[in-house]
Design a protein. Structure first.
Lengths: 150, 816
């Protein structure tokens, strides 16, 4: 056997072991119910914000504590605690991907990905809302934010 | 219906040139191809002439499309959807280019323009390789032309046309009016995150990298097709070096942009979009190394074919990943699905299948040397280096392709979640990359350090240790000193990973020292041929910068303010990473006292600047950072925050806003009470009186953000409270293009806000309302990045090294 063959075998072996160790770190997209069945296991939870329940966040008292209720695709609700600053567009998001694990009676969330009905995505429906309606007045006063001289 | 005020000519011209470019690129592809196939010289040259003319027409049409689209954007012709969707009147002129390539259509066009430039150079320089190489390039041009064609055929929409009209694409009642344009006051604007100067330059450089990567590929395919298996390597090498330099530069510019305008606190996040460009670069660099091996020893030709072909195929794969919307859930900055997935897949397969088939068909005929290389030869270790880059690339691309795996598995498993649960990256996605790539970093550092001291074919042991021994000792010494005094104690991932970091730091020091001393010893300071050593030393520096800045990154804004209350549930958790600053209150943060001093607003955009004063507790250092945030910007509710950093030679202090008071709470709903008054008038209110003392209307008021032609009126109002104390307020109104911009003034002492609504002659209309006392604060995150400048410096030096090698290889190819 030539050196090059040994090398290639070695490469394949490394690649396979890397792949196996990587597969081990992978996790799955779960629902509230399957997450509850395995508390402590890190999962991705696809859910949306429950607008009927309060969103608890007070940056003045503790900027690192956010709590809200999320509902998954099967309609099951869970309390979520996120120890970080509140993502500002949480309330308007369509869909949340919550990364974390069930801990006691709540979902201990490490990271939140938000899917917002953003105008920057080339979604015609969302963009259409930004068109003016016929009959709006031409005269428009633009209020500038703030009251400071700049 | 006849619409009023539309300018339709540019669009018609644009569409004409799109059709012309489709036809001419197809014509060029066919005739370049025929000129290879034809057996007789006169026929060959006839077809070559046709092909060249077609390609020139193609160049003219692509440039014309580019100019017309830019004309539409820069003149704010909002009847065109592209201009309306990507730009706005308030956008600074320099960002008009960024608008151009914000959309898919513009970025495809950019790619196409670079192909044109490269094609012209090839027609002039490529000689016998012109026809086959240009045939491949023209085919790519044809594919890109279909991407912006927007033709409906047999129920399939091919491409997305940049010249479509807003009224044809959108469904809104406003389009029922012939004068609809007068209602469309402004465009949708450029995404604020892209309003950064790197976004002007990063995409063109990256796309030049993409566009140039096709050239080595085209040479390889041409070599296979024309059975000139060996000759293509020499002319393709300068192009490969050029492409690696430019693609690498584009990548680093993207990293710079992420560092400066995104808020994940870093420059690299192993995001699929980043990975998708990094992987082709790694394979291309492997290919460059095997090309050099072939040039010097006639070995590794087969692997050269593999590397070079796959580097371009991976660029197509990454284009598919980022533009098909398949990354939706896993990436922050992919393009969205324009319904062109089949077309993109077709484009991918159109290049993948024939090139793989050609390679498989000819593989046995590609010459190779059966006798194996010696372990003491340079080529052996260079090849190992290429293999390591390959392994690194393969592991990255597999990890990035999880969404594709989910899609394919989901396609077979259907909706049944018990058969297949979609996979997701683990708890610490970044670390799962880091823990693998650190091995690549260690091996590459060591390999680049010593391999050049070896000679091709065979090296004497004594010779090697005489030359290479000292750099090894020096690097070990420097490495130990660095680790000892550098306080590297990154233990978040355990002691094993810390040891790996230490090993990687030492090996990257070796890469720097080894290559620098090779320039001195091995090349006797012959700088012209030291491109490789310069690139390697730069890469070592880049690795060192990555390792130090990442392992010594610190979060300074650990919540330690007196405001902190019990953290609620699970209060044993680590302290939070965000700190709230009340306006005016000096707060302790790490080595600093920080104070939220003031904020100010951009005159036209809903953009706020927050001035945060940092005072080092040592009493000497003092600076102000101004992170800014777009709040509820043009229909996007919420906060989009841009960081600000203080740069020192050895560290950056990096800060960004994570939370602001809810504007709905602070923007109280009470209405202004409007009064009409003229200079000298006095008006009584509950707690006193106020007088309009003075009214000035000027065209040249000294104010930031004021443009020529603006008129500003300033009213000076004197307020006298019941307690006989006097205050003054200066509300301002700015008139621009028949629009009024109001800058109200608040007098906190009497809790009133004055708003100048209109000023005509001596008369004004003044709005008055009570100001509610509000809590003003910002919540921010502050990070310290030590020695991040090493990384940027390393990147620049690496690119410079590539370019030095390229210049040398061009001379060898075209003069030798």
């Amino acid at each position: 056997m030539k050196k090059i063959h040994i090398l290639l075998l070695l490469c394949v072996a490394i690649a396979i072991s890397v792949l196996i160790s990587f597969m081990g770190t992978l996790t799955t997209y779960d629902t509230v119910q399957t997450a509850r069945e395995q508390p402590g296991k890190f999962i991705h939870l696809v859910a949306r914000l429950d607008h009927t329940k309060p969103v608890e966040y007070d940056a003045v008292h503790n900027p690192n504590y956010l709590s809200f209720t999320a509902i998954d695709s099967l309609g099951e609700a869970v309390k979520v605690v996120y120890r970080n600053a509140k993502p500002d567009n949480l309330e308007i998001s369509d869909r949340l991907v919550l990364k974390g694990a069930i801990k006691d009676d709540y979902f201990d969330c490490r990271e939140i990905l938000m899917k917002c009905p953003s105008k920057y995505k080339d979604d015609n429906k969302a963009v259409e809302k930004r068109l003016p309606h016929a009959g709006t007045t031409n005269r428009k006063i633009n209020h500038l934010p703030g009251n400071k001289k700049v | 219906m006849d619409y009023i005020g539309e300018s339709l000519l540019p669009g018609k011209l644009g569409n004409f040139f799109i059709i012309l470019s489709l036809i001419s690129s197809l014509m060029a592809t066919i005739s370049f191809f025929l000129s290879i196939k034809k057996p007789f010289e006169n026929e060959k040259s006839k077809w070559l002439r046709v092909a060249r003319i077609s390609f020139f027409i193609e160049v003219v049409s692509v440039l014309a499309i580019f100019c017309i689209l830019f004309y539409i954007i820069s003149n704010h012709l909002f009847e065109y959807k592209y201009a309306w969707q990507h730009s706005s009147l308030s956008l600074e002129a320099k960002y008009l280019f960024a608008c151009f390539w914000e959309g898919q259509e513009g970025s495809f066009l950019l790619w196409s323009v670079w192909h044109c430039v490269i094609g012209l150079i090839l027609i002039k320089k490529a000689r016998s390789w012109e026809a086959p190489v240009m045939a491949v390039l023209s085919l790519a041009q044809f594919c890109l032309a279909t991407m912006i064609a927007g033709i409906h055929m047999l129920g399939i929409k091919a491409g997305s046309n940049p010249f479509v009209l807003l009224r044809n694409e959108m469904d809104a009642p406003v389009f029922l009016k012939p004068d609809y344009l007068s209602y469309i006051k402004d465009g949708n604007d450029l995404n604020p995150l892209l309003q950064n100067y790197w976004m002007i330059i990063h995409p063109p450089v990256l796309f030049l990298g993409f566009a140039s990567a096709i050239i080595p590929f085209a040479y390889a395919v041409a070599g296979l097709y024309t059975k000139r298996y060996k000759e293509w390597v020499k002319p393709a090498l300068p192009w490969a070096l050029f492409s690696a330099a430019v693609l690498g530069g584009g990548l680093m510019m993207g990293a710079m942009w992420a560092y400066e305008s995104l808020t994940f606190g870093g420059y690299w996040a192993w995001d699929p979009v980043e990975n998708a460009s990094l992987v082709p670069w790694l394979i291309l660099v492997s290919g460059i190394h095997t090309m050099l091996i072939y040039q010097h020893t006639r070995r590794s030709l087969r692997s050269t074919f593999l590397f070079i072909i796959f580097s371009f195929l991976l660029i197509l794969y990454s284009t598919f990943l980022t533009r098909s919307g398949i990354l939706g859930d896993s990436s922050v900055h992919a393009f969205t699905d324009l319904g062109m997935n089949f077309q993109l897949l077709f484009f991918l397969l159109l290049f993948v299948l024939p090139s793989i088939f050609l390679l498989a068909y000819h593989f046995r005929s590609i010459p190779h040397i059966a006798k194996e290389e010696g372990t003491s030869s340079r080529e052996f270790w260079m090849f190992i280096g290429s293999l390591i880059l390959l392994l690194s690339a393969v592991s990255i691309i597999i990890m990035t392709s999880i969404p594709v795996v989910n899609k394919i598995a989901g396609f077979f498993a259907g909706e049944d979640k018990t058969l297949f649960k979609p996979l997701a990256t683990g708890e610490n996605a970044e670390h799962s990359y880091n823990q693998i790539q650190i091995f690549a970093a260690i091996s590459i550092g060591i390999l680049t350090g010593f391999t050049q001291y070896l000679k091709y074919k065979k090296t004497g042991v004594n010779y090697f240790f005489k030359k290479a021994g000292r750099p090894i000792l020096v690097s070990l010494l420097i490495g130990v000193i660095l680790l000892f005094f550098g306080n590297i104690h990154y233990d978040k991932q355990g002691i094993g990973f810390l040891i790996l970091i230490c090993a990687a730091i030492t090996s990257s020091v070796y890469a720097i020292i080894g290559n620098l001393s090779y320039i001195g010893i091995g090349l006797k300071s012959n700088l012209k041929s030291s491109g490789a050593s310069v690139a390697h030393a730069g890469f070592g520096l880049l690795l060192l910068g990555i390792l130090i800045s990442a392992s010594k990154k610190e979060i300074l804004s650990i919540n330690s303010s007196g405001l902190a209350v019990p953290m609620g549930e699970g209060s044993t958790e680590k302290p939070g990473e965000n700190l709230t600053l009340l306006k005016g209150a000096r707060t302790s943060m790490d080595d600093y006292w920080v104070t939220y001093k003031t904020d100010s607003a951009h005159p036209q955009k809903r953009l706020w600047y927050y001035k945060i004063l940092f005072e080092n507790k040592n009493g000497i250092e003092k600076f102000t950072l101004t992170p800014n945030a777009f709040v509820n910007y043009k229909g996007v509710e919420g906060l989009m925050s841009n960081p600000d950093a203080k740069h020192y030679w050895n560290r950056d202090i990096f800060s960004y806003i994570t939370s602001l008071p809810d504007p709905a709470i602070n923007n109280d709903t009470s209405q202004y009470e409007v009064k009409q008054l003229k200079t000298g008038d006095t008006i009584l209110y509950n707690d006193g009186l106020f007088i309009l003392e003075n009214l000035v209307t000027k065209t040249n008021l000294k104010m930031a953000g004021l443009e020529a032609g603006d008129t500003a009126s300033v009213a000076t109002i004197k307020i006298i409270s019941k307690t006989k104390e006097a205050y003054s307020a200066e509300p301002i109104v700015i008139r621009r293009n028949n629009q009024s911009y109001l800058l109200p003034d608040t007098v906190n002492e009497v809790k009133l806000i004055f708003q100048l609504r209109e000023a005509t002659g001596e008369m004004i209309r003044l709005g008055i309302k009570p100001s509610n006392p509000k809590i003003e604060y910002v919540t921010l995150k502050v990070l310290k990045f030590p020695f991040i400048n090493l990384l940027w410096m390393g990147a620049v030096i690496t690119i410079f090294g590539f370019l030095m090698s390229m210049v040398r290889r061009i001379k060898l190819t075209y003069q030798g």
